[in-house]
Design a protein around this ligand. Structure first.
Ligand SMILES: Cc1cc2nc3c(=O)[nH]c(=O)nc-3n(C[C@H](O)[C@H](O)[C@H](O)COP(=O)(O)O)c2cc1C
Length: 196
């Protein structure tokens, strides 16, 4: 049975490179038979956080927020594609995630980090782990760390060179682990309704 996987990406830069990884991941999950969809924070275009989704009276949230809330609630799993700005997370992705809380609960999340160098976004990956856990997701232990992003994936989002080969190899376990937790969480939700 295929799983609904949302792949989040949050750079707003004109010359952004992480979109290569986000696009490649969506294609790989679809090739595995999953129903994967890219959620590009820049395209969604939420303003800086004012009210969280839940703080709007029912039916009165802005359309982009309402649509995204529906997708998050319907999803089986999440993937966060995370770059690193000055050892921290990218503000666009963080801003999008902060609009929601309960909508994330009871589903697994996996982190795919990247950066221009060989650190591959490891510091932002570390930060996201705690953040996603705080937001009620089961953070799977398998991660992807892609660097240098400009060498690992071409502009057409095709793996290249040694870094690209490593990414292709690592993806198998990453996707297998996420699928295992996705099925476990789905089974448990069906067996016992979440308390909230
Ligand atoms: C404001 C800014 C801060 C950055 N800080 C880091 C950093 O702390 N560590 C790192 O490895 N790369 C850093 N970089 C380089 C990014 O990894 C690289 O530009 C990457 O492509 C950013 O993702 P994006 O292209 O999807 O926006 C930084 C880039 C920018 C624009």
């Amino acid at each position: 049975m295929s799983h609904k996987i949302l792949v989040f990406y949050g750079s707003y830069r004109s010359d952004r490179k992480g979109i290569r990884l986000a696009d490649w991941l969506v294609a790989q999950f679809i090739a595995r038979g999953e129903a994967a969809e890219l959620i590009d924070a820049k395209a969604v275009g939420l303003p800086m956080l004012d009210r969280m989704y839940k703080e709007y009276p029912k039916g009165q949230a802005p359309e982009a927020l309402e649509t995204l809330a529906g997708k998050i609630k319907a999803a089986d799993a999440f993937v966060f594609v995370t770059g690193e700005y000055n050892w921290g997370v990218q503000p666009g992705l963080k801003n999008l995630t902060d609009h929601f809380l309960e909508e994330w609960f009871w589903r697994p999340a996996a982190i795919a980090s990247y950066s221009a160098g060989r650190i591959a976004g490891a510091r932002s990956s570390f930060i996201w782990h705690g953040t996603l856990s705080e937001m009620g997701m089961i953070v799977v232990s398998s991660t992807l760390a892609v660097g240098p992003i400009g060498q690992a994936l071409t502009a057409e989002a095709k793996p290249a060179g040694e870094a690209g080969q490593q990414l292709e190899r690592a993806f198998v376990r990453f996707a297998d682990d996420l699928a295992w937790w996705t099925e476990a969480a789905r089974t448990q939700r069906a067996h016992k309704a979440p308390p909230y």
